[in-house]
Design a protein around this ligand. Structure first.
Ligand code: SAM
Length: 167
């Protein structure tokens, strides 16, 4: 069952600490065919519907070069999620799992990530497949899929470090 913010059997909610402002800015907006959590895919698929990611000014220039990447990693703010559950029952059967062992949208900082297939760049918008968010979801960031990206800056010492160093 899809959650509409209810608490299920054996789930545990906490009183979260007051939010601190991490200084996030929403850099765009995602348009998808889904207006209800009952219909939204649990995870996007690369043969799913084309969705539009609109980038707001003054960030549009930052799209320079993205067309070189077949896949992008998208980070978005799951703005309609509750944020206070530490144990969750995705199957609504009384069996619970820790929030950090799940990819549930319900988390203290409801950040969703998807690797999407880039279909086209249209001015300040990207057309992509592979999203799983509601229409109007705010965009936090986008970057090349890490498996396609080679750092452009010269390597530095840590890049060559191996072993069992301790923090
Ligand atoms: N792919 C992302 C991840 O793994 O981080 C998100 C996965 S999450 C399971 C996807 C679900 O989040 C959707 O099926 C929908 O129920 C819910 N969802 C999507 N957009 C949302 C939004 N803006 N606010 C709250 N919930 C949302």
């Amino acid at each position: 069952m899809v959650r509409q913010n209810e608490i299920r059997e054996n789930e545990v909610a906490v009183v979260p600490p007051a939010a601190t402002d991490a200084g996030l800015v929403f850099i765009g907006r995602i348009s998808t065919p889904w207006t209800s959590r009952m219909e939204t895919p649990r995870q996007g698929r690369h043969d799913g519907p084309v969705c539009r990611i609109e980038i707001f000014e003054p960030w549009v220039l930052a799209l320079k070069g993205v067309e070189a990447f077949e896949r992008l990693e998208i980070l978005y703010w799951l703005d309609r999620s509750r944020r206070d559950l530490v144990l969750q029952s995705p199957a609504s059967n009384g069996e619970v799992h820790g929030t950090f062992s799940l990819r549930s949208p319900v988390r203290p900082n409801p950040i969703g990530t998807s690797i999407v297939k880039l279909e086209a760049v249209e001015g300040s918008s990207l057309l992509v497949r592979g999203l799983d968010c509601l229409d109007g979801t705010p965009l936090i960031d986008l970057k090349p899929d890490r498996t396609l990206f080679k750092p452009i800056a010269p390597p530095q010492r840590g890049d060559f470090e191996t072993g069992d160093g301790k923090a």
